[in-house]
Design a protein around this ligand. Structure first.
Ligand code: 4AD
Ligand code: MG
Length: 445
């Protein structure tokens, strides 16, 4: 009898199969029992009929507890009423282990209770659906860049310097060499990669010591960062939209069952087709001013609401939501106030107060999923920026070499994987987008 996975069960109608998995749930009504089995690939309902199975099998089923590990045999049938649903007419059961009383039951639990048991919570239908979507996103990213001729370029996690501001660095002692910092972004190394290989991307864990408890921040997240030689900011935005369309459309195609489990409105994702709206920062704050959305600043005794939204400030969640509200695609906001952005962004040749940066805001209020820019390729201007940002010049010496030896215009961007997962899966909170979320108040399990 062939061992099969539940997500392939439709290929085995009327055949006898073996499933190796766990008991997800069980109901009984007199001489029938309806166990639900899961095997990691999906869930299937079994039917156990007292008159069809041996006494031992019937008794063994009555002893099973939630999450007991089991090997079951039976015949696959089509559900009498529901389309594309299959059942297993059970003939045999082998109990691998009777599980102790399982802490997570089908009733509602609080989020902290579940996060404390994240290692078990991961087994639920919803969590496995999210993790399968995450897997498809990652695979589609790798396939996209491979087919487009990019080279995967792995960058270090131990680094001697900041990339995205010194206030969010995690430091650790590094032998006799002083402090090392956990990478906030692989970008600076990716720039070296682009000068060597033309088009590269990095994909790895990144760290931000942001003591913020929002629904969109974790302290350890995965970032994918392409970097391209001879690309300007417009080429960068062309790539972003082509890439996002590919990933989203592929997830819709390959993760139908998962998106259904998550009750995701797919019609919203289907609209993610190029071209995407491109608006300047100035146009974005016009929208905020029209909608009368203030800048909110924390003060000693509460909050201060500043109207109209002042030029030069970065956006928070309410601003991002208001900007995308009237669009049904990701919105690319470009040409930012230089003072609000990182030191490496190139100034707009037409206006030195502006830098050639772009943020991509996901629709439906999911906020920033991508940040990118054209990079400063002039060594004198770059040195000025490093000084302005009070960054230690000596640790950037190798980075400045990229401008000393064959400097070219170049651009790139960074996509936060968990933000993508949150948007595509329609998650309330980013903590469900990664197997084990790290937040300021959580490092276990
Ligand atoms: O906008 P950021 O800070 O850009 C960079 O790091 C650039 N060096 C990228 C580049 O041009 N190569 O971060 C990029 C993305 C954000 O848009 C967001 O999706 C994600 O990384 N991100 C976070 N995701 C989860 N938790 C956090 N604390 C995040 N901080 C940034
Ligand atoms: Mg950003």
């Amino acid at each position: 009898m062939e061992r099969v996975y539940i997500n392939k069960i439709s290929e085995y109608v009327d055949k006898e199969v073996t499933i190796k998995g766990w008991l997800y749930n069980i109901r009984s009504s007199g001489k029938l029992m309806f166990p639900e089995f899961r095997d990691g690939s999906g869930i299937i309902q079994g039917v156990v009929s007292k008159k069809e199975v041996s006494e031992k099998v019937w008794d063994d089923f009555s002893k099973l507890t939630q999450e007991s590990s089991v090997i079951v045999k039976g015949k696959v049938t089509k559900h009498p009423k529901k389309e594309n649903v299959y059942e297993l007419q059970v003939t045999d059961l082998e109990t691998v282990q009777i599980a102790q009383e399982y802490p997570i039951t089908p009733k509602e639990h609080g989020v902290d209770f579940l996060m404390d048991r994240r290692h078990l919570w991961l087994r639920s239908a919803r969590q496995t659906a999210i993790l399968r979507v995450r897997n498809e996103i990652v695979q589609s990213i790798r396939d996209y860049f491979y087919k487009e001729g990019f080279v995967l370029f792995d960058t270090p996690i131990f680094t001697p310097n900041a990339v995205e501001g010194t206030s969010t660095l995690f430091a650790t002692d590094y032998f006799d060499l002083g402090k090392a910092y956990l990478s906030q972004s692989g970008q600076l190394y990716a720039e070296a990669g682009a000068m060597a290989l033309g088009k590269v991307y990095t994909f790895g864990p990144t760290f931000r010591a942001e003591n913020s408890m929002t629904r969109r921040h974790i302290t350890e997240f995965w970032m994918m960062e392409p970097e391209m030689a001879y690309y300007d900011i417009d080429d960068d935005m062309d790539l972003i939209e082509d890439f996002l369309e590919y990933v989203v459309q592929r997830v819709i195609k390959n993760c139908k069952a998962e998106l259904e489990t998550l009750e995701r409105d797919i019609t919203k994702l289907e609209k993610v087709k190029k071209p995407f709206p491109r608006i300047t920062y100035d146009e974005a704050i016009e929208i905020l001013r029209k909608k009368d959305i203030p800048l909110i600043r924390k003060t000693a005794n509460g909050e201060e609401h500043i109207r109209p939204f002042p030029w030069g400030e970065d956006f928070g969640a309410p601003h991002e939501e208001a900007i995308v509200e009237d669009y049904d695609k990701p919105v690319m906001v470009h040409r930012w106030p230089a003072e609000a952005k990182a030191f490496y962004m190139k100034r707009d040749p037409e206006n030195p107060k502006i830098c050639l940066g772009v943020d991509v805001l996901a629709p439906e209020g999911f906020g920033e999923i991508i940040g990118g820019s054209q990079r400063e390729d002039n060594i004198d201007l770059l040195l000025e920026r490093i000084k302005e940002h009070n960054l230690p010049e000596e640790v950037f010496d190798w980075y400045l070499d990229l401008r000393r030896y064959g400097s070219v215009p170049h651009s790139g961007f960074g996509m936060g994987l968990e933000r993508m997962v949150s948007w595509i899966c329609n998650l309330e909170h980013i903590r469900e987008a990664i197997p084990f979320a790290r937040r300021p108040n959580r490092i276990r399990p």
